[in-house]
Design a protein around this ligand. Sequence first.
Ligand code: G6P
Length: 372
Amino acid sequence: ASAEKGGFDSFMEKEIFDQPAAVADTLLGRSDAFGRLTLDELRITPEELASVTKIVVLACGTSAYGGSVAKYAIENWCRIPVEVELSHEFRYRDPIVDSNTLVVSISQSGETMDTLMAVRYAKEQGAKTLSICNTNGSTIPRESDAVLYTHAGPEIAVASTKAFLAQITATYLLGLYLGQLRGNLFSGQIKDILADLGKIPAKIQDILDRAEDIKELARSMKDTESVLFLGRHVGYPVAMEGALKLKEIAYIHAEGFAAGELKHGPIALIEQDKPVFVVVPSPRGRDSLHSKVVSNIQEVRARGAKTLVIAEEGDESVREFAEFVFYVPETPVLLMPLLATVPLQLFACELATAKGLDVDQPRNLAKSVTVE
Ligand code: G6P
């Protein structure tokens, strides 16, 4: 088993380190030399896709956070409304879907029963169904009208890591493809975004090369009982995913919040030495976004929080309010989740290891939940 883990202590850690390849392989062969998306494998005609008026993303767990990230990019690029819903909530509320709705399911395993049932229901209602899946020939892609596989390779650890980054990559390809088909994006824009996506694997590698910085922090926090995660915009689902990882494998109470929601409740939780991760958007993006998150750091810091910041390289403005800063390489705002998630995965993995837990087989959880 140790050989299968490639020298790492756990499959989870190995899979975190597989992420440059997971993203690169998911991008591979899906665009041509002119920067045009070539998703011919989709089994759904360009005309059908061009007529879509609404997208509904259905998923559970980590995959649902992948969908939440995708919403920002697809709405921005394609101007199509995107709803993201947990599969098990979707079916029971008489959702509004029709033949112009594209239901995108996201599932690493392709076997999650809740998601399968939601896809079947959507199909019965006449929606077009597209599966983003990591497992060839599994049930959800077989039952969907179209499939776009993620190429993360087999994921063994129960807590999902590389599949998540591959899912974000695949939904971004889908968003660019829709933008191309519908004429929302110019070819030059698509080419630029593809080029930025192409640089992501090396940037993830840069983070992995500095893994020890975040691991050291994790070890120092192994007796922590509760951690909060704040993020805004695409940093919000990243915060949710960071919290989920910690719950799943380290059995620590963790909650992710939209940073703007802080003052509407969660700030009451802040007390002396409370660890709070804050995912800070790029200062090069929408200006107000960055400064608002920086003021959120100040707000929790003023109330005694131990502020742990994930920020973009070169962002010096966060230093004076942060107990700890981990810098991720520069990238366009929408692509930041592909980088900012990585240190949070490493943090959870190392903290659970330091607690002596079996990170690959957390209690009470299954890799694939095939019951409703
Ligand atoms: C289980 C796993 C999670 C996973 C979720 C969805 O709960 O423990 O890691 O995110 O199922 O799985 P799927 O295979 O549909 O992506």
